[in-house]
Design a protein around this ligand. Sequence first.
Ligand SMILES: Cc1cc2nc3c(=O)[nH]c(=O)nc-3n(C[C@H](O)[C@H](O)[C@H](O)COP(=O)(O)OP(=O)(O)OC[C@H]3O[C@@H](n4cnc5c(N)ncnc54)[C@H](O)[C@@H]3O)c2cc1C
Length: 264
Amino acid sequence: MNQVKAAITSTVEVMPGTHLVWLEAPPVAASAGPGQFVMVRCGEDTTLPRPLSIHRVDGDRLALLFNVVGKGTRWLSQREKGDTLDIFGPLGNGFRIDPAAKNLLLVAGGMGIAPLVFLADAAAGEGKKVTLITGARSADCLLPISSPQGLFNKGVPPASINVVNATDDGSEGYKGLATDLIPAYLEGVDQIFACGPLEMYKTMAQMLELKGKPVQLSLEIMMGCGMGVCYGCTIKTKQGLKQVCKDGPVFDMGDIVWEDFTGV
Ligand SMILES: Cc1cc2nc3c(=O)[nH]c(=O)nc-3n(C[C@H](O)[C@H](O)[C@H](O)COP(=O)(O)OP(=O)(O)OC[C@H]3O[C@@H](n4cnc5c(N)ncnc54)[C@H](O)[C@@H]3O)c2cc1C
């Protein structure tokens, strides 16, 4: 884990209220894996640093992709190129790709896309075939996939990544929830990874088609310190109490005790 002052090399509002910020942070970028996160100090108005997933890595730089939801993310969205951010990381246990897996299914609900792009890129780099289902309320809430500011470092996804869109109102792709599409894409899939809201996870946990399948989820619940000190993000699992920041944020879906799960 490294604590660094990271210079912002670019910042852009990719959609209303959604920002993509690239930072120069060599020691963090060098050791980051998909599903890990950084804690970002967001000005003097917020006492606690805010957790954000490592969205992408490119050489010495890493990207954060976030929605403005409150004080901290608003402050972050107002930073400019050349400003520095106090960050520490990479933190947590991220996604684990099975070396023997050939086909991966990734399911992103809303801003859950942030860590899954890093995972998709890493998996494609290892020769895996990836289907990435992205769900959003409507077409204008779907991030641009193929554009210089889009989701992938080269501007377009590698050929081995198939992106499938779902929108609640049907304004782009399938009309309905990202989870509705899961059964249609399960054939031949070795591992499933998801990041999204709690409701999406609860739906997935009840899907018969996913029973016994290896599903990993990233739990983006509220946390305090990010390092396992404050116990503010403790959850109940079948292996006992776990801290999302230190033991997760990625967990096996079958290990979580959903009845007692109240995290946001
Ligand atoms: C491991 C991890 C990775 C994350 N990665 C990303 C990411 O890549 N992109 C991104 O946009 N967000 C991500 N989040 C959520 C992000 O941390 C929160 O949105 C952020 O801390 C809010 O800070 P704020 O000061 O702007 O909002 P606050 O003023 O603290 O809160 C504003 C509102 O947001 C709600 N809120 C706060 N934290 C969360 C949370 N964790 N989940 C849902 N609602 C929350 C509060 O209940 C409140 O209603 C991640 C969270 C975790 C734990």
